[in-house]
Design a protein. Sequence first.
Length: 416
Amino acid sequence: MSDESPLIRSLRAAVAAAPEDVPLRLHFTELLLAEGRHDEAVTQAAVALQHAPGDEAVRDLMVRAMQLPTVGAQPPAFDWASAEQEVSDVVGPRFAADPADAGDATEAPLTSDGSGDPADASAWDIDAPGEVRLADVGGMQEVKDRLEAAFLAPMRNPELRKLYGKSLRGGLLLYGPPGCGKTFIARAVAGELGAGFMSVSLSDILDMYIGTSEKNVHGIFEAARRQAPCVVFLDELDALGAKRSRTHHSGLRNVVNQLLTELDGINAAQNDGVFVLAATNVPWDVDLALRRPGRLDRTLLVLPPDAPAREAILRYHLRERPIESVDLGKIVKATEDFSGADLAHVCESAAEYALLDSARTGTVRMIGTKDFLNAAKQIRPSSESWFASARNVAMFANDGGMYDDLVAYLKKKRKL
């Protein structure tokens, strides 16, 4: 912004240094309006509303920044579409991405010269150990406890591993309804282990040329072994490792065979430090060979967020929205069985109600509890269809107690 005046630059720096100073931000917003910077003035006024939602001066300034008419004024040709667009910049994008799903896909594998040779393990990007921990996962204490007991505790205690002859490796399958944070949990596990993280999906592996898909699978695991400790996260395992008896495409069958080879390779001592986590919404469609002992032999059911988790998710999605006197307890109660993605949708819909109401009346108002409750009434939990299918599996295909945790949950919810 080279065309800014020295005063604007100075005030911008002062506001950044004192973000909670509402009078200073209002003065800065007035100067922005004077220079015709209405978009930026709307943003600054919205932040001021967060800190002083009941301040009439702040609300009046927001109206002026948005160039909305005052109450009683009836301009003959007001551009409502333009006003909605300006407000949408303040309340965030219309469709928010789920944070438990953000960053799932990796880029297409390329070597340093751009040739994309799948045989080169250095072609695969591995994220450095992140700062996400299980403590960052809101609620879901039962899931955390099971992760700690069945997976993390043995990995954290080298003396106990040595005593019991357990090597530093493992495989875990996360399953459950879509949008419930399986990817986020996988990243949290990597953070707990201080391990790198590589997310792999079908598009990263499948190739039109014969033999290349298998080379891609091998390259992924080779990269993980070279940069151990590393978590290899196989997203949508039902697509990567579908039952070979139902797969007519030879390329997909070969991918499953190669996955089995690599998972068996984890039994070798030199492969310690490679942790394989996988996620699927339909574990009953995964090839049974992938779930045999020594491979993805441990499973964890990831259910829709419980009440503490729903509150944490709602707080996350509302952290930058202009809200006022929101009763989170009522919203949490009204959103039972909602997935994380459903909760994001509720927040988007509530913001949209307030946005359109402000545009129609010409008076900016905060998002309130009523907006969220109305949104929750209009949205059906996306997990319902999943549980309808899972119920049949739990009743008629629970061979060897594979889905005992699912059966217990359905009985608890009186759905079985």
